[in-house]
Write a protein that binds this ligand. Sequence first.
Ligand SMILES: Nc1nc2c(ncn2[C@@H]2O[C@H](COP(=O)(O)OP(=O)(O)OP(=O)(O)O)[C@@H](O)[C@H]2O)c(=O)[nH]1
Ligand SMILES: [Mg+2]
Length: 330
Amino acid sequence: MATPFERIPPVPEADEMIDAAFAKAARVSETSSGFESQQGMTNLAANRISSRLGQVVEGFPSFDRLEGFYLAVAHAAVDVDEVRKALARVDWASEQVERIADDAQSEISKAETTDEAIQARKRAFARMSSVVERVEDALETLREARARLVAVPEVRDLPTAVLAGAPNVGKSTLLSAITRASPEIESYAFTTKGIGMGHIEDDDTYRTYQVVDTPGLLDRPADERNEMEAQAVEALEHLADLVVFVVDPSETCGYTVEQQEALLDEIRGFDVPVLVVSNKADLGDVYESADVTVTATEEGGADAVHEAVVEKLRRVTDDEVSPENDRQKP
Ligand SMILES: Nc1nc2c(ncn2[C@@H]2O[C@H](COP(=O)(O)OP(=O)(O)OP(=O)(O)O)[C@@H](O)[C@H]2O)c(=O)[nH]1
Ligand SMILES: [Mg+2]
């Protein structure tokens, strides 16, 4: 496993970070005394906090430098703008803590009594805690983002089908119906944010194909996407050898067939073949111009999609066999 996200370190709680730093600093007073001890405590606490905050910021990949699939999934997994703002605030806090320590150093050096030095150190600690507490909501955002990003599956150099369609049409249900669903996949396949990834074995050619579900990216019109999301869609388009577009003609998804068709028109603008699937056949409606009609929630109800995806992706790989698949041939 190697994704750009797997090394993001755990994001500490503000309280926990402050307590640990002050506890460590308190140990200094056991080895020195007077002004020196107050300065040592302040420095140590500030270094602990600012380096911890710095590790958080550096642990996240630079979203500008992400490419291809991982750029696309970053946007599907988290609100990248929100994460960047949170990172900027945590970075700010780290700098503030260092500045507070610098101010305290000069105050302590000017103190005339040990008591004044102690008071200056205490004020510095109080200011540090308040700065860190102030970014606890940013830390919370990063904690959630980390949980989602470390769960991003590794993308392999395999023929790839990408699921698209309005929200709630049954993309995630279809993904687990047509792929080898490992428990690991199941756990994030049904969340609204978070990537679905599954694999299909082609029993005739011994090749493996991957199917990707990126909730939130290919489910609304282009004019509702910001620039970075548009870039993410482009990356996804690049990754896809086939788009499986799911239509819900029952409209129980909350979108009219017309709205879904508008989205389909956009996807047809991609330079990628499209397989149109009419889902929720059990509810009695059919989308007439679909390539296949299925009921994803019924046992074996989506087999026709499985077969169509295999057939289409096999044609892709007949043209260009990827190195990874080549090795898997017996
Ligand atoms: N009746 C019926 N319901 C279905 C069928 N397929 C999916 N559903 C239901 O439709 C709802 C949405 O299904 P999901 O698979 O979560 O849809 P999605 O497109 O992944 O939704 P988002 O990830 O939110 O965009 C769920 O309640 C499913 O149980 C089907 O074939 N028939
Ligand atoms: Mg889904």
